[in-house]
Ligand binder design. Structure first.
Ligand code: ATP
Length: 223
């Protein structure tokens, strides 16, 4: 992927982890926090780190925020600052805005004012951990929306050495297989004739209702 320009506003646990990871992956990262110590701490791990109040429109303008591809607003606790910073980056013309919320109502407000995607880290992680606890073969569960999700399944024994056609997950459960992971190799356009082998991981997409039927059937088999 081509090198993109990211601005990360707020360098708490979440924001600093996003900023450092993006930089390590070869992207340009401008990291902003009102707290000078946090700016100092991250200065060697990002392209630029600046101490400023992200609710100060003039300061954001001076930094040329409108030229950034993506803004990640990670201020959570102070809802007013989170909303103001999100609104300002939107008005300045940043194309894609991701904002961190602290509650469902906060998330709703962020969507209303123009965030393209809102993350509720504790809530999202709680959902993923719970799915993994219900069945250890559910390695990951990512909510795309309240209705649709992506699931990563360690293939149960009864699937082994069968083709996708034999498994007929689409007609049995209404879910679609997006990819099959075989160690480091990932088959991202699986055919009906592709065979599921032991230790493969199947990545599938479906409605929450259909996926939960699949989860139930897998955990029943394992009991
Ligand atoms: P995390 O869980 O990521 O640690 P948090 O929700 O506990 O975050 P917050 O206090 O909500 O932490 O905000 C994250 C960061 O945003 C903090 O480092 C804080 O200094 C910074 N921040 C808060 N307000 C502003 C602002 N107006 N401008 C710039 N940075 C701000």
């Amino acid at each position: 992927m081509s090198n993109k320009q990211f601005v990360i506003i707020g360098l708490g646990r979440f924001g600093s982890s996003v900023a450092k990871t993006l930089y390590a992956l070869g992207n340009d990262v401008l990291a902003i926090d009102i707290n000078e110590d946090l700016v100092q701490d991250i200065s060697d791990s990002v392209t630029h780190a600046v101490q400023m109040d992200a609710t100060d429109e003039g300061a954001l303008r001076t930094l040329g925020i409108r030229n950034f591809d993506v803004a990640v607003v990670t201020i959570g606790a102070n809802i007013q600052s989170s909303v103001m910073a999100t609104l300002l980056v939107k008005e300045l013309g940043v194309k894609y805005i991701i904002a961190k919320g602290n509650s469902d109502i906060h998330a709703k407000v962020l969507y209303k004012i123009g965030a393209d995607r809102v993350i509720l880290p504790e809530k999202d992680m709680g959902v993923r951990v719970a799915h993994n606890l219900v069945s250890s073969s559910i390695l990951d569960y990512i909510e795309l929306s309240p209705d649709y999700s992506i699931i990563e399944i360690e293939t149960p024994e009864e699937w082994h050495n069968k083709t996708l056609r034999d498994l007929s997950l689409r007609s049995r459960y209404g879910i679609n297989v997006m990819a099959i992971k075989k160690g480091h190799d990932v088959n991202i356009s699986p055919y009906a004739e592709d065979i599921v082998e032991p230790n493969d991981i199947v990545v599938a997409i479906g409605s929450a209702e259909d996926l939960s039927k699949l989860e139930e059937s897998i955990s029943n088999h394992h009991k």
